[in-house]
Write a protein that binds this ligand. Structure first.
Ligand code: GTP
Ligand code: SPV
Ligand code: MN
Length: 568
């Protein structure tokens, strides 16, 4: 295997082992436990671990697409010669004294001709253990290595200053070094399933998106599948396995989860269809409780999970985090692996805000019975979301596909702990894809517009914001299961059961069509401040201009139309 040999010769591991069975992974976990890197917790076959304290989130600044030309806004590039120099330098002898593991896997349903193989070489048993949950291990990948996406990961010195995540699109290869956490290193996740896959999608006529997939079963629709894009740590996992409020559940509403993070989307017979290429969840812990996300908690209890950077109750050996719904344990290990007796709750957080749990998808009690259908699922609606304390209503519908693409392209959201950097700062996050674009955004928008024009009956497109706050900083909207009330309106609009009301942005619900929970102010949810909007339109102008002549003219059409509506 030429590609593997090159990096093995350079990094010089003592041993190379191909991971072919789950038995082997159990043995690997035993080694991690012996080394005290994994701690057995009270759930069956589940383990707790911590990462380097400066390696706790995705590092956008260290993530690059290898290209000899610039690729426009939000795409960090590095030249091929510089990338090769970095690899020579950073991987040289980086695996000495270690074992390199080769993980062959597949993304997507086995029976689908749209599945893709991946081969990751890593010197981190932690990465192997996580990838064995998130991806399906298969030797088929080695037989198809010419089409496989390669990941070369080395912990090396674990020096955050020398952290690099390099993507060679044409070579289908990702190099990740000096990091050992999450999306930086689990190469099947964002590196392959978004950055490399979306580039392949552009070439081949399909889409790879940062979206959950769920199917709603209800008295008003037999089966309704929606895809939702929300920036990292803005609610995809929660929405994907939503537990309906009692009054809905009693009427027969149920949400089936197909995926919680990534969707591969394609056109078939004039219809849009999607599948989830992953085999597990890598979900945010803090804020998750039986009350906020019942089925996620149930998924954890089913076992075979890995807890990274949560706290750990030393007496019960149960992982703990802020918002879990129980008081701070008397003796805990925090995310920095310090043992604390009688912790002062005001001295937290004891779990890192981006602490995560790796869970086999089959643990989910509301996993769609047909989740892994090789034909995918027909897409009825798209939902784009953001986290904003103001300036964006609870929900509105784009009137047309073109408008939907414009609003998705100009979405803004407050930064969360899933990325390194200051939390809470409002930043532009097109399609919830800002950290994951691997080619020019103008071309990306063109691709979306072209896909839409190939559909006989394109999905509807909605925008949501669960995170509006009042003057005291409290959330106005109850969120979580209650978000089904918004989805109910999404279904009614998609099926044309009700009319929408025109607003400057798009269609908002008429009061009588929306099942508002008690004690929530309608006005506060749907206020649109035209002064704020004008400021945003000015920002959008700057963004569209930055795309230069790659910006599809349709985007300018919608933009000027909005400006006109605003001035009227
Ligand atoms: P990634 O895995 O990073 O892509 O995140 P995600 O989009 O899947 O976000 P997730 O569902 O894990 O939620 C992130 C955080 O937002 C958690 O702390 C949740 O408890 C919180 N959250 C999710 N949905 C809601 C909601 O409707 N309202 C409020 N207030 N918080 C929510
Ligand atoms: C995200 O940040 O969007 C995640 C976690 O889903 S990671 O795999 O680290 O990208
Ligand atoms: Mn994500």
């Amino acid at each position: 295997m030429k590609k593997l040999d090159k990096i093995i010769n350079l990094s010089k591991p003592d041993k190379v082992e191909i991971v072919t069975s789950y038995d082997q992974i159990h043995k690997l976990i035993d080694i991690l436990v012996e080394r005290n890197e994994f701690v057995k917790v009270s759930f069956q076959d589940s383990f707790w671990t911590t990462s380097h304290p400066l390696d706790v989130a995705r590092s956008e600044e260290s993530t690059f697409i290898v290209s000899d030309t610039g690729l426009g806004p939000y795409v960090n590039t590095v030249s091929r010669s510089e990338a090769n120099r970095l690899i020579e330098d950073l991987y040289s002898n980086s695996m000495k004294g270690k074992t390199a593991y080769i993980v062959p896997y597949v993304m997507g349903p086995i029976g689908s001709d749209r599945k893709r193989f991946g081969i990751t070489l890593t010197d981190s048993p932690y990465v192997v253990a996580n990838m064995a949950i998130l991806n399906k291990i298969t030797l088929e990948a080695l037989k198809n290595e010419d089409q496989a996406v390669f990941g070369f990961h080395s912990v090396a010195e674990l020096n955050p200053k020398k952290k690099k995540i390099l993507h060679f699109l044409d070579d289908l290869a990702v190099y990740s070094v000096n990091t050992n956490y999450g999306g930086n290193v689990l190469t099947g996740k964002k590196c392959f399933s978004l950055r490399i896959a979306s580039f392949l999608g552009l070439r081949e006529g399909w889409l790879a998106e940062h979206m959950l997939i769920s199917t709603i079963q209800s008295p008003i629709s037999e089966r309704f599948t929606f895809l939702a894009a929300l920036p990292s740590a803005c609610g995809k996992t929660n929405l994907a396995m939503l537990k309906p409020p009692d009054e809905f559940e009693n009427q027969g509403w149920k949400v089936w989860c197909v995926g919680d993070d990534i969707a591969w989307i394609f056109v078939k017979n004039g219809e849009l269809r999607a599948f989830n290429p992953e085999y597990g969840f890598f979900g945010v812990a803090p804020g998750t409780s039986k009350k906020s996300n019942y089925y996620f908690m149930k998924s954890i209890e089913a076992g075979s999970c890995i807890f990274t950077n949560t706290a750990l109750d030393v007496e019960s050996m149960k992982p703990w985090w802020e918002g879990i719904g129980t008081s701070v344990p008397k003796i805990l290990r925090n995310w920095k692996n310090e043992i604390i007796h009688n912790p002062d709750p005001s001295k937290g957080p004891f779990a890192h805000p981006n602490s995560r749990i790796t869970i086999p998808i089959t643990n989910c009690p509301v996993l769609h019975p047909d989740w892994n259908n090789p034909e995918g699922h027909r897409v009825d609606a798209f939902v784009f979301g953001c986290r904003r304390s103001s300036g964006m209503p609870l929900v509105f519908q784009a009137r047309t596909w073109k408008e939907g693409v414009y609003f998705a392209a100009t979405l803004k959201s407050e930064r969360t702990s899933a990325q390194e950097g200051a939390v809470g700062v409002l930043r532009h996050d097109p399609f919830a894809m800002r950290p994951f674009f691997s080619y020019n955004i103008g071309a990306y928008l063109r691709h979306w517009l072209d896909i839409g024009s190939n559909l006989s009956n394109p999905p509807t497109i909605f925008f949501v914001n669960w995170f509006l706050k009042d003057g005291n900083g409290n959330f106005i909207w109850p969120g979580f299961g209650e978000n089904l009330r918004v989805l109910e309106w999404v279904i009614k609009r998609t099926k044309n059961y009700v009319e929408g009301e025109c607003s400057i942005l798009g269609l908002i619900p008429r009061r009588e069509d929306f099942n508002l929970p008690e004690g929530v102010s309608w006005e506060a949810l749907f206020e649109i401040d035209t002064d704020d909007l004008e400021v945003e339109l000015a920002e959008n102008d700057v963004f569209l201009k930055a795309l230069g002549n790659t910006c599809p003219p349709e985007m300018w059409e919608v933009h000027y139309d909005l400006i006109n509506r605003c001035q009227r």
